[in-house]
Structure formats: structure tokens, C-alpha cells
Design a protein around this ligand. Structure first.
Ligand code: NDP
Length: 458
């Protein structure tokens, strides 16, 4: 039986609607429906699957404003960001609508016949997403999974289910078969675990905390079920003395305070070569002061509130007076889960601000001496998701980007995600890659078939 869960607007703190939470039985029913839908979907001609995915992309495009407004209300994302996110979902669907006709196998030279490979769909894929980027992360899972011939059962985060629910409606309106893309809002330990444990779910794509990801992996291992995990981060923004300091400092707030720091790619450690530390901080302070935090409905606002009261309390716990604060930005006061950006200057190497994922608008600045120490500090974390390297020396940019153990790096830029390129983490930031041209293959099994031709010489 569903229980209702109140959905809260983070900018006001007020509940504005309720969503029924799926229990284990409802997850089971969704997986059964998905399994039936998948059989018909996989049997369609590739060109027909491609056409339906393009129609789904067009439906998302037409509903862009509605999806963006839902994300502003449910997640507190600034409207400009939410519009970009809705457009990104459309683009990801369009990109993978090219895949059904391009899942090309191999023909391998063998004696006595021919040997060919097929990329067979897995069946039903479970996609479990967090609350920080509800619709984009969902699309990274469902678009390539559908393109490869699978059905998807998607579990959104309890706090932010609204855009996922609307996307599933749009899929139906666009003509995708009933049951092919279903959303089961529910608790992680109930609906989420039921999805991971379900014997008819062939693969799980999970994005969220490293702790929960490790639990999902352990549960999946019981059934030898493959997982893709996109987990936490503590990424470094390495600024060398030869960098364009104006550009590096101007871009640094966006690299960590975007989406209020609730971003697995947040560059939450800024490592600055000691000889330019003061010059960098002089430039960073006005950039942080100018970072616009406010009503997410207003165009031009760069950062809204944190997602919930509970999460704000967790983030505030990192400013308990034990780490020196260099300076802070502005934030509204009053109702809503506001938190002013903060720049910290830890004076101890074991300060937890250097090791723990804050997932809020808090950044630590640390000095280093020389390239080797910069790389050592960048790698002094259990995580390995993203990071940036600012330098005018091309050789150093190449050397350091090869030496930093992270899956998505940028040089003289803080951009981590392009849907045309693979994305994912090393170390405890995850397993597997999403996006890029190969993503649909992660939702297939390679089948090898040998056809004997009766060659008497073989
Ligand atoms: P979780 O990892 O707990 O949640 C992510 C998703 O997994 C949600 O849909 C959640 O459901 C679900 N889930 C929770 N428990 C289980 C389970 N046992 N089995 C299957 N699914 C489960 O992250 P939180 O939302 O609790 O965030 C905590 C911290 O994790 C953040 O502060 C941040 O540090 C990090 N995080 C990192 C993210 C990233 O993108 N790398 C994203 C989100 C969080 P439900 O919402 O119902 O709990």
C-alpha cells in the first residue's frame, strides 16, 4: 500500500503536494509490467525504436518550461539551470535515439564458418537516482538503456520525484509502450532495495552516496547482477602559479557553488601554488561576494536554497568553528533552506573539510609547493570523480591530468559533463561510465555465435 509523502518547496520550506510512496509489492508489479513491455520493445525494428525515442525527445522539448518550473519548485534549482537541465534531457534522448540502429556487432575471422557478435538487451534495468540533479541523472540512465532495447524502472529520490514522474508521462504521450519507462517513487530502503533485489531486474544503475552505493553493490552481488555506480567526490581545483589567475578565480565559485554545491563534481578543494595564494584569494573574494544567491524563480540567480532543512543542518555542521573561515558570500534570510557560500582555510592536513564530501556551498583552500605536491594533495582523497587544472603550460596540463586519479578532468575549465563523452569516477567515486558513444553497450550482453559452414578443411 502506498503512503503519501509531502513534497516541500526548498525556497519557502512549505509543502505543496504529496506523492504516493511505492512499497515492495508495487515495485514487483512495476518490474513485471516492465518485463512484458520490454519483450515487445526489443522485437520492434531498430528504426521504429529510434523514431519513438526521437518523439520522446520532442515531447520533452515541448514540455521544457513545465519541467523546468517543476524542478525549481521541487529542488530549488535556479530557473536558468532548470531550463538547461530540461534541454539536456532532450539532447541526451536525441543523442541516444541514434543508437538502436548503430548497435553494431563484430564479424570475427575463424576457421570452418563465420563468427558474429550481437549486443543483446539485458531486459529490465533499475535506475536509482539522487535528489541533486533529478532529471538529468535519470536521463543518463534511462535514455541509453531504452536505446539498447531494455525497459526501465526508475526510483527517484524521496525528496524530488516530480520531474521523473512527468518524464514517464511524456514517454507514454510520445508513444513509448505502456510499462517501458515506469517511475516508482519510494523510500530507498524499501522501494530502492526491492528494485536491487528483484530477480527480474538485470542491472542496476545507482547514483548517490558512496555508502549507499556500496550497499547496492553488495545486494546486487548476491545475484551476480551488474551495477554502474556514480558516487561521491572531493574534487580538486589545482591552480598553478603560471595560470591565468583572473580566469581561474572568476570561474572557481561556479565550480563548487553551482547547484548550491550539491554536485558530485563540485571542486570543493581549491589547491593553489603557494607563491600566488594571496593573489588568488584577493581575486576569489569579490567573485564569491558577487555570486548571486536568491529566489530560484528569478532569471540571473546563480544559486538557490539547499534541498531540505535536514541537508542544511548537515552542511552547517562543517562550519562548527573548528576550521578558519576566510570569507562568506550572501544568502537570503527567512523561510527556505538558505546557506551563504563559505570559503575555509583549514590549517590541519587531517581536517575533515579536506576529506569529507560536504555537498553544500563550502570550499576549502589549501596551498601547495610545486607540481609533485599539487598532484599528491589532489590525490589525497578516497574519491576520484572530477577536477580541474589551471596552467598556461601545455606540458604541465597534460602531465597533471594524467597523474590525477579522477575520471572527468578539465584543463583551464571547470566543465565536467558533455553527453557526447564518457563520465564517471575512479576509486570510491564509482564503477563504470555513463554517457558518451559507448553508454548503450553497458546495457547489453555480448553474445557470440559461430555458424558452421561445413568447410571440409576445418
Ligand atoms: P543516498 O545515496 O542515500 O540516496 C541516493 C538514492 O538512493 C536515493 O534515491 C535514495 O532513496 C536511494 N537509496 C537510499 N538507500 C537505499 C538502499 N538501501 N537501497 C537502494 N536505494 C537506496 O544519498 P542521500 O540522499 O542520503 O545523500 C547523502 C549524501 O550522499 C549527500 O549529502 C552527498 O554527500 C552524497 N550524495 C552524492 C550524490 C552524487 O551525485 N554523487 C547524490 C546524492 C547524495 P531516498 O531518497 O528515498 O533515500
Amino acid at each position: 500500500m502506498s503512503t503519501a509523502f509531502a513534497i516541500v518547496d526548498p525556497a519557502t520550506g512549505e509543502a505543496f503536494t504529496e506523492v504516493g510512496m511505492a512499497d515492495r509489492g508495487e515495485v514487483d508489479a512495476a518490474v513485471r509490467r516492465a518485463a512484458r513491455a520490454q519483450e515487445g520493445w526489443a522485437a520492434l525494428a531498430p528504426a521504429d525504436r529510434a523514431r519513438l525515442l526521437r518523439r520522446f525527445a520532442a515531447a520533452v522539448d515541448a514540455a521544457g518550461e513545465e519541467l523546468a518550473a517543476l524542478e525549481v519548485r521541487n529542488s530549488g534549482h535556479p530557473i536558468d539551470s532548470a531550463r538547461w537541465e530540461a534541454g539536456h534531457v532532450r539532447d541526451v534522448l536525441e543523442y541516444y535515439s541514434g543508437s538502436p540502429e548503430r548497435l553494431i556487432g563484430q564479424q570475427i575471422p575463424v576457421a570452418g564458418g563465420i563468427d558474429v557478435t550481437f549486443h543483446e538487451p539485458l531486459g529490465v534495468v533499475g535506475v536509482i537516482v539522487p535528489w541533486n540533479f533529478p532529471m538529468t541523472i535519470a536521463a543518463w540512465g534511462f535514455a541509453p538503456a531504452l536505446a539498447a532495447g531494455n525497459a526501465v524502472v526508475l526510483k527517484p529520490a524521496e525528496w524530488t520525484p516530480l520531474t521523473a514522474l512527468r518524464l514517464a508521462e511524456l514517454a507514454l504521450e510520445a508513444g513509448l509502450p505502456d510499462g517501458l519507462l515506469q517511475v516508482v517513487p519510494g523510500r530507498g530502503d524499501e522501494a530502492g532495495e526491492a528494485l536491487v533485489r528483484h530477480p527480474d531486474v538485470a542491472k542496476v544503475v545507482f547514483t548517490g552516496s558512496t555508502r549507499t552505493g556500496s550497499r547496492v553493490m553488495a545486494l546486487a552481488a548476491e545475484q551476480v547482477k551488474p551495477v554502474t555506480l556514480e558516487l561521491g567526490g572531493k574534487s580538486a581545483n589545482l591552480v598553478f602559479a603560471d595560470a591565468d589567475l583572473d580566469a581561474a578565480a572568476a570561474a572557481a565559485p561556479g565550480a563548487v557553488f553551482d547547484n548550491a554545491g550539491q554536485d558530485c563534481c563540485a571542486r570543493s578543494r581549491i589547491l593553489v601554488e603557494r607563491s600566488v595564494l594571496d593573489a588568488f584569494l584577493e581575486r576569489l573574494e569579490p567573485a564569491v561576494a558577487a555570486w548571486r544567491v536568491g529566489d530560484p524563480r528569478e532569471t540571473g540567480v546563480q544559486m538557490g536554497p539547499l534541498v531540505s532543512a535536514e541537508h542544511r543542518e548537515r552542511v552547517a555542521g562543517f562550519l562548527d568553528g573548528s576550521t578558519p573561515v576566510a570569507f562568506r558570500g550572501q544568502a537570503p534570510t527567512g523561510p527556505g533552506f538558505w546557506f551563504a557560500p563559505a570559503v575555509l582555510l583549514p590549517d590541519r592536513a587531517d581536517d575533515r573539510i579536506l576529506t569529507d564530501e560536504v555537498f553544500g556551498p563550502v570550499v576549502a583552500v589549501q596551498a601547495f609547493d610545486g607540481e609533485a605536491e599539487g598532484v599528491r594533495l589532489a590525490n589525497a582523497t578516497a574519491y576520484g570523480l572530477s577536477g580541474s587544472i589551471w596552467t598556461r603550460d601545455l606540458g604541465r596540463g597534460l602531465r597533471v591530468s594524467r597523474a590525477v586519479r579522477a575520471g572527468a578532468l578539465s584543463v583551464n575549465s571547470n566543465s565536467s559533463v558533455r553527453f557526447t563523452a564518457p563520465f564517471g569516477g575512479m576509486k570510491r567515486s564509482g564503477i563504470g561510465r555513463e554517457l558518451g558513444p559507448d553508454a548503450p553497450l553497458a546495457f547489453t550482453d555480448t553474445k557470440n555465435v559461430f555458424y558452421a559452414t561445413g568447410d571440409p578443411a576445418a
